[in-house]
Design a protein around this ligand. Structure first.
Ligand code: PGA
Length: 250
């Protein structure tokens, strides 16, 4: 498989200026990587992260953006603002935002569209809850979540990154088996192929949910898994670096 893999750290609401400096230094010292590497940091840290990482091949991004371009939306941050700070990526539709902030498929789709309009790559998260998996609804849920975005962004769909993150695996220490993850990734790629034809073969579909140094390599060896979206293990340089090194050689 020729797709270059991508590992993205999702710091969530963690970090401090001294801790970030230490973490980013550890990542920079470990270069070069044979995969693409990025960190998605809390908004207030973007400026400093941009200064630290600019000139390196490690990219940065945010964890959410507004669906609106500008206006009276207190507390929101637009894709244009993220672009000004050199962001390459923005996570949209993370399950924590869907569950804790009531984000529905249509809003996630509008956020992905806003990101693409400003030249950012949205990392669109999809994934089922444990109850949905046990009810045999995994396929229907992830297809519905992805379809909403694909319909809204239309011909730009080929420019997104997709992340399959089973909700029951996030922060729990439970990981989908490589086979379980691969089955969903293959399904998602098939859905993308229906939308953007052969471009789907170049798109990255990341796996997320308790990826650790000791399980990363077997996940990343699956044909339709193109890297990872890493939460907890992205907060320690040694773990994050080990996960980056567990990617396939291109
Ligand atoms: P985790 O989080 O690696 O801590 O499970 C992944 C994510 O939520 O993106």
């Amino acid at each position: 498989m020729s797709r270059r893999q991508l590992v993205v750290g999702n710091w969530k609401m963690h970090g401090s200026r001294p801790a970030n400096a230490l973490l980013l230094d550890g990542v920079l010292q470990a270069r070069p990587f044979h995969c693409d590497v990025a960190v998605c940091v809390p908004f207030p840290f973007l400026s400093e992260t941009a200064v630290t990482l600019s000139g390196s091949d490690v990219r940065w991004g945010a964890q959410d953006c507004s669906a609106h371009d500008q206006g009276a939306y207190t507390g929101e941050v637009s894709a244009a603002m993220l672009h000004e700070f050199g962001c390459r990526y923005v996570i949209v539709g993370h399950s924590e935002r869907r569950a804790l902030h009531g984000e529905a498929d249509a809003l996630v789709a509008d956020k992905a569209k806003a990101a693409l309009a400003r030249g950012l790559t949205p990392i669109v998260c999809v994934g089922e809850t444990l109850a949905q998996r046990e009810a045999g609804e995994t396929e229907a849920v992830v297809k519905r979540q992805l379809a909403a975005v694909v319909q809204t962004v239309a011909h730009c769909a080929g420019e997104m990154v997709v992340a399959y993150e089973p909700v029951w695996a996030i922060g729990t220490g439970l990981t989908a088996t490589p086979e379980q993850a691969q089955a969903v990734h293959a399904l998602l790629r098939g859905q993308l192929r229906a939308a953007v034809a052969d471009r789907a073969d170049d798109m990255k579909i990341l796996y997320g949910g308790s990826v650790k140094p000791d399980n990363a390599a077997t996940l990343f060896a699956q044909p339709d898994i193109d890297g990872g979206l890493i939460g907890g293990a992205a907060l320690k340089a040694a773990d994050f670096v080990a996960i980056c090194r567990a990617t396939r050689q291109p």
